[in-house]
Design a protein around this ligand. Structure first.
Ligand code: DX5
Ligand code: ZN
Length: 221
């Protein structure tokens, strides 16, 4: 069963809880983009916002850490109520971070940039719950989907299925009505969408349309 993860990066931060509740019926997870202005050239939100959201939604909080020092902040995210944290493989050996996440009972995510080869994440497939494919350069919403990432996604899907692994394949960046079916066909389990949902006139309908475009066979007739 495919999942939709609206990214609050594109939501109106002044009305965050209302924005989240509006899309709740079509959301399986809530994607939270954490940016530090160093690892990526943009600054967004952090654990204090996760803490405020936690009592306002029952959604799984899927925290994507685009920061130089995830190790310094994992405790804060766990205490704030994050369900998983996803760390970038480009920072170096992620295993110590995985251990800390497990110690906090968080699910473990690993993410890699469009130009990073699949080989960089393969050694960790057995140790993670989510593998996140960046289909744009991280840092900003509203960018165009990079189609070359689909080759990595297809290859990973095959490996995961062959080995019977439980890791979910998630894709993030430029997902909309046109690209969602491509990502789903390539084997994505979770589609992150920011601007295509929250910048739409009717975000709930937009999320529903993305789900139907991605997985038409699952939509009741
Ligand atoms: C980009 C973030 C994405 C972003 C996606 O660095 O990781 O999650 O919100 O935004 P859209 O869906 O607009 O490309
Ligand atoms: Zn993200």
């Amino acid at each position: 069963m495919g999942k939709i993860a609206p990214s609050i990066l594109a939501a109106d931060f002044s009305e965050l809880a209302a924005e989240v509740n509006r899309i709740r019926p079509q959301a399986d997870l809530l994607h939270v983009d954490v940016m530090d202005g160093h690892f990526v050239p943009n600054l967004s939100i952090g654990a204090p916002v996760v803490k405020c959201l936690r009592p306002r939604t029952d959604l799984y909080l899927d925290c994507h850490l685009m920061i130089d020092n995830p190790g310094d902040l994992l405790d804060d995210f766990a205490k704030a109520g994050a369900d998983s944290c996803t760390v970038h493989v480009e920072l170096g050996d992620p295993r110590p971070l995985f251990e800390r996440m497990r110690a906090h009972d968080m699910r473990v995510g690993l993410v890699f940039n469009p130009e990073t080869p699949l080989e960089a994440v393969l050694p960790y497939l057995e140790e993670i719950d989510i593998l996140l494919f960046m289909s744009v350069h991280p840092g900003f919403g509203g960018q165009a989907f990079i189609p070359e990432v689909l080759d990595k996604l297809r290859a990973a899907r095959e490996i995961v299925d062959e080995r019977g692994l439980a890791v979910e394949l998630e894709i993030d960046g430029g997902i909309n009505l046109e690209t969602a079916p491509l990502a789903a066909a390539a084997g994505a389990d979770i589609l992150v969408a920011g601007s295509a949902i929250f910048h739409a006139k009717d975000p709930l309908a937009a999320a529903s349309a993305i789900r139907a475009a991605a997985w038409p066979e699952l939509v009741p007739t």
